[in-house]
Design a protein around this ligand. Structure first.
Ligand SMILES: NC(=O)c1ccc[n+]([C@@H]2O[C@H](COP(=O)([O-])OP(=O)(O)OC[C@H]3O[C@@H](n4cnc5c(N)ncnc54)[C@H](OP(=O)(O)O)[C@@H]3O)[C@@H](O)[C@H]2O)c1
Length: 271
């Protein structure tokens, strides 16, 4: 893989999957722009990348991507600093699992604002510079929960389904202008986000997700970077995600049967 002197903008690049992908791209010669809210985490990620790959130019930009003006300013500043992006990865995302009735509406609104609109705003503002050069890759980060609705993820799953709708409808439009669109469906990945999710996951969700293999952020990053290189549309790392991506509608009744059985067992155990 050779991304020499390419400019990669990565939202959510200060942690987890975004940071691992930034590091992998930097190791292949790319220059990196990281966008996230917390300056200290951004600075730490920048130091980590430069320390490992001193040839890489790394710039950081603070923004809440759910705020349209902040997202636009951060992308514009990254372009002003390092030129049009060859790669845009929208990894900024949040997840608050819980029972539908217990979660306030604000969580649903915020999750859609960050995961869906935070992605959309960044693509909108980066795209003209990519279309002008008729090149580049845009990678949206969805989730297995963007392929099937997961118990306890009523704010999160719809936001990740929405990204799938955006990527699928955008793909053809951008193909004619030379810009590659991809969507990644990472499995459970060992990141700070997953650790936070585990604190509020209902026990039924814990049990449903327990059998799924947990990936490292580094291995998910390898799948994402390979997907960019091969200009894949769907990036579904591993066998489980590969099957889920290809067969989700077909196997949905079986999965629902299995999930319902788990829910009944967990609830019986609670009594
Ligand atoms: N971990 C998993 O199991 C898993 C599985 C499937 C999909 N995903 C998806 O992968 C993506 C990355 O998740 P991760 O697990 O790597 O999480 P993570 O380690 O918590 O990283 C999330 C990143 O997003 C940034 N971020 C969060 N809210 C933001 C906002 N409003 N504006 C700008 N930046 C924001 C965070 O920095 P600040 O907090 O400083 O803003 C951080 O850099 C997410 O879209 C997630 O839904 C994760």
């Amino acid at each position: 893989m050779d991304f020499s002197q390419q400019h990669a903008i990565i939202t959510g690049g200060s942690s987890g999957i975004g940071k691992a992908t930034a590091k992998l791209l930097a190791s292949q010669g790319a220059n990196i722009s990281l966008i996230a809210r917390n300056l200290a985490k951004l600075e730490a990620a920048k130091t980590e990348i430069i320390h490992a790959f001193p040839q890489s130019k790394v710039f950081i930009f603070t923004a809440d991507v759910a705020d349209r003006a902040q997202a636009e300013q951060a992308i514009a500043a990254a372009i002003a600093q390092q030129g049009a992006p060859d790669i845009l990865i929208t990894s900024a995302g949040i997840a608050y699992p819980g029972y539908f009735q217990d979660l306030p509406l604000e969580i649903f609104e915020r999750t859609m604002a960050v995961n869906y609109f935070g992605t959309l705003y960044c693509i909108k503002v980066a795209l003209p510079s990519m279309e002008q050069r008729r090149q580049g890759s845009i990678v949206l980060i969805s989730s297995g929960a963007g392929l099937i609705g997961i118990y306890g993820y009523t704010p999160y799953s719809p936001s990740k389904f929405a990204l799938r709708g955006l990527a699928e409808s955008l793909r053809g439009e951008l193909k004619v202008s030379g810009v590659h669109v991809a969507i990644a469906y990472p499995p459970d990945t060992d990141t700070p986000q997953l650790a936070e999710e585990n604190k509020t996951k209902p026990p039924e969700t814990q049990k449903i997700t327990a059998s799924a293999e947990t990936w490292s952020a580094e291995n998910v990053a390898i799948a994402i970077v390979k997907g960019i290189e091969k200009k894949q549309f769907a990036i579904a790392p591993g066998v489980e995600m590969g099957i889920l991506y290809k067969l989700h509608s077909l196997i949905n009744p079986v999965l629902n049967w299995q999930f319902d059985k788990i829910v009944t067992q967990v609830r019986a155990g609670k009594k």
